[in-house]
Design a protein around this ligand. Structure first.
Ligand code: F6R
Length: 249
């Protein structure tokens, strides 16, 4: 997987935001919608901040953007502090001119018995748009992408996933430091749809991610490190800072 190294996450995020902005503008010129796959978590925050700045200061418009988020906790109410709906509104959607009907986030309120139908419909919507033009990803210290935890297959579909213990521990700080408050499950876009995106950019900052970055980039393709599946993608890029790169040979 090609990697691009930056001295810090701020410089890296500017470059990624610029690539996304260029794509949005190119699609605008062609009179087309730009279909983005978006991530939550700490890694993409600086990318969203830069996109908001470009909207405010450089007239970057999101009118032609349609977006699909990777995941949502299950169960989760959209107005909860920890919901990814709330995260996306606060970080990006409420600060730019994306039409409300153009963004989609897995619904953490559907009854458990309806999650399968919901997930199939989510994928159908993406297909109807012609697939994802660009997928933004973070990476779990255990190698997850979206909430495709270790063991997820390369052809896995959008589904309900049991979260790893390590994932729930990492999320506890968002839930007042209380592990028991972290949902045990999440709805995640499947690996297969992620790999179908025309372009994939994965972000990783800090030394906590250094071991898994080395495994995903230099190790073998394995279900125990779902991010290693990106080795099979023809147009994927890992954008990392120096500390996250520190265990690459
Ligand atoms: C979030 C997601 C997760 C995170 C990953 C890294 O939508 O899909 O895979 O990207 O857990 O999280 P941060 O960026 O907080 O280290």
């Amino acid at each position: 997987i090609p990697t691009k190294l930056f001295k810090d996450s701020k410089e890296a995020s500017k470059a990624v935001a610029q690539e996304i902005a260029d794509l949005i503008r190119e699609k605008q010129k062609q009179g087309k919608q730009c279909i983005l796959g978006l991530a939550t978590g700490s890694s993409p925050k600086s990318v969203y901040a830069e996109l908001v700045r470009m909207h405010k200061e450089e007239g970057l418009s999101f009118k032609n953007v349609v977006s699909f988020n990777l995941d949502e906790y299950f169960p989760m109410e959209p107005d909860s502090l920890q919901s990814y709906v709330r995260f996306m509104k606060e970080q990006l959607f409420d600060k730019v001119d994306i039409p409300k009907e153009n963004y989609f986030i897995p619904d953490g309120t559907v009854p458990a018995s309806k999650v399968k139908d919901f997930s199939d419909e989510y994928e159908r919507k993406i297909d109807a748009m012609g697939g994802l033009d660009f997928q933004l990803l973070g990476i779990g210290a255990n190698g997850h992408i979206g909430f495709n935890e270790p063991g997820s297959l390369i052809n896995s579909r959008t589904r309900l996933m049991m979260l790893d213990h390590s994932t729930r521990v990492a999320a506890a700080s968002d839930f007042g430091g209380s592990l028991v408050k972290v949902p045990k499950k999440a709805i995640t876009l499947g690996v297969s749809k992620i790999l179908n995106a025309k372009r994939v950019v994965l972000l990783a900052w800090g030394e906590r991610k250094a071991p898994v970055i080395a495994e995903a980039v230099e190790g073998r393709v394995t279900e125990s490190v779902p991010a290693s599946y990106l080795q099979t993608h023809a147009n994927a890029l890992f954008v990392i800072d120096e500390r996250a790169a520190s265990e690459l040979t």
